[in-house]
Design a protein around this ligand. Structure first.
Ligand code: BES
Ligand code: MN
Ligand code: ZN
Length: 497
């Protein structure tokens, strides 16, 4: 599985299909490297097929070359208009079709660059998409579906592309791919399987013997540290909450960074119970924590010249006789008192505690990822995450990296004007605003807990962490959103903080 993506060099056995990505006004074989005989024969066939490269054009035929059984041409329209986002969607469509057609060994020739990122970056994105071709979550299937799985994707080299350069990109794509898979696997696991305790145990095992130190805090330690926001949310469940701390420090760190991931292993809403419809999807409410785990794995592998701390508050949010109630007042770790207006606004209670706790690591940068609000999903759908930031440079950096990695983010207003929505009659603040403005109010709530002087970005990934059914060619379930973005951020901070 690790070698799903390979460089094509005419293997002995023919491949099931050659996918040619074609564009308007270009020859279908322009820019790709194929042996002379294949070139000639395939050139004839595509001419006969009348390939025009129009957007959405899909033409399939038997292959005249012995190296392939079939040829499929996917048109993209004008090359000048082709973006990195269209590129990802296109490749996912190609892979979906290959799966449907039971093609196990395919080749992909992609001779078009994206207009909005550097050629190398576009190539990296493409390889990253191809590497995920066979992702399935079949841990709980007694008979995994092998029939629609692609076994190998052979990348056809382009003119001017040297093998070592491409090989290095393939290697990188494979590593990234393993981390996205890790985040998806965690996200897809149901609540009865991935409890806070199981999550913490799994993470401990994962980092054992690595350069990342793991500390798991149970109820006792949470009590001792005064992390009562986390405890309060966890009180309704027999599953005890945890907080996992992942610490890494290079000899001479160039920057100090804290990553916080919301880890609600199941969110029923608590006493403010959610409606039954779609409640099962709330097993994904720990996707932020999963992305942080994956990012810390990257840190353990690459040992960047940084200090990086990952914080994972892990709880299950259920109603019960011992659960947190509307009207309850909780004193958070930094002393702020919060009136719990709605027990379903639990994410901010966890994040607030974790972020205030983060102050002890003196971070210059704090990034949190959380499936925080349905309102964000209403606003932006499943295309991009909502971002709130207290620093323009960090916001711009995340926008740029989001664009190039595909984990796109859209900045929303972090303004003091929204604070009044959280005014409480009885405590310093309440945890939920009314309907109007509830999305910026969620960020205004978190802002009160950000360590002083830290540049901070909050990513609301409620709409992008999972898809209910196949969307943009993504399989249903967890997407692994945030893994690529965090990796790109870490890479950049390691180079030029
Ligand atoms: N985990 C949910 C948010 C969510 C909703 C994520 C849909 C993914 C899809 C969160 O804990 C929640 O319930 N938020 C409430 C907040 C409200 C009570 C202020 C919401 O969005 O309704
Ligand atoms: Mn909730
Ligand atoms: Zn939640």
């Amino acid at each position: 599985m690790a070698d799903l993506v390979q460089l094509w060099n005419a293997p002995d056995e023919p491949l099931d299909c050659l996918y040619l990505v074609t564009h308007e006004g270009g020859g279908p074989l322009d820019g790709i490297v194929l042996p002379g005989a294949d070139r000639k024969a395939i050139g004839h066939t595509t001419a006969e097929l009348g390939v025009r490269g129009l957007e959405g054009e899909v033409l399939v035929t038997a292959s005249p070359s012995r190296n392939f059984r079939r040829i499929a041409c996917f048109g993209i329209g004008k090359a000048e208009e082709f973006t990195v986002h269209s590129l990802r969607k296109l490749l996912r469509r190609v892979l979906e079709q290959a799966g449907h057609n039971r093609e196990y060994q395919i080749a992909v020739a992609l001779p078009v660059a994206a207009r909005d990122v550097a050629p190398d970056q576009a190539r990296a994105v493409a390889l990253g998409e191809l590497a995920l071709a066979d992702y399935r979550f079949d841990r709980f299937r007694s008979r995994p579906d092998e029939a629609t799985k692609v076994d190998a994707v052979h990348v056809v080299p382009l003119v001017g592309e040297d093998e070592t350069g491409l090989g290095a990109l393939v290697e990188r794509a494979r590593r990234l791919d393993a981390l996205v898979r890790l985040a998806r696997d965690l996200g897809n696991r149901p609540g009865n399987d991935l409890t806070p305790e199981a999550f913490a145990t799994e993470v401990s095992a994962m980092f054992a013997g690595s350069a990342v130190r793991v500390t798991v805090m149970g109820a006792k330690e949470l009590e001792k540290e005064g992390l009562r926001g986390i405890l309060a949310v966890g009180r309704g469940s027999v599953q005890e909450p945890r907080m996992v701390r992942l610490e890494y420090r290079a000899k001479k760190p160039r920057a100090a960074l804290v990553l916080v991931g919301k880890g609600v292993t199941f969110d029923a809403g608590g006493i403010s119970l959610k409606p039954a419809a779609e409640m099962a999807e709330m097993k994904h409410d720990m996707a932020g924590a999963a992305a942080v785990v994956a990012a810390m794995r990257a840190v353990a592998e690459k040992l960047p010249p940084l200090k990086v701390v990952g914080l994972l508050p892990l709880v299950e949010n259920l109603p019960s006789g011992s659960a947190l109630k509307p009207g309850d007042i909780v004193t958070m770790v930094n002393g702020t008192t919060v009136e719990v207006d709605n027990t379903d606004a639990e994410g901010r209670l966890l994040l607030a505690d974790a972020m205030a706790y983060a102050a002890r690591f003196h971070p210059e940068i704090v990034v949190d990822l959380a499936t925080l609000t349905g309102a964000c999903k209403v606003a932006l759908g499943s295309e991009l995450a909502g971002m709130f930031a207290n620093n323009d440079l960090l916001a711009q950096q995340l926008e740029r990296l989001g664009h190039s990695t595909g984990d796109r983010v859209w900045r929303l207003p972090l303004l003091p004007e929204y604070r009044h929505l959280l005014r409480s009659e009885w405590a310093d603040i309440k945890n939920s605003a009314g309907r109007w403005g509830s999305l910026p109010a969620s960020a205004a709530f978190l802002a009160r807990f950000v360590p002083e002087k830290a540049r901070w970005a909050h990513l609301d990934i409620a709409g992008v962490a999972y898809v209910s059914r196949s969307h943009n060619g993504l399989p249903p379930g967890a997407t692994g959103f945030g893994v690529r973005l965090l990796m790109a951020l870490l890479d950049e901070l390691a180079e030029k903080p």
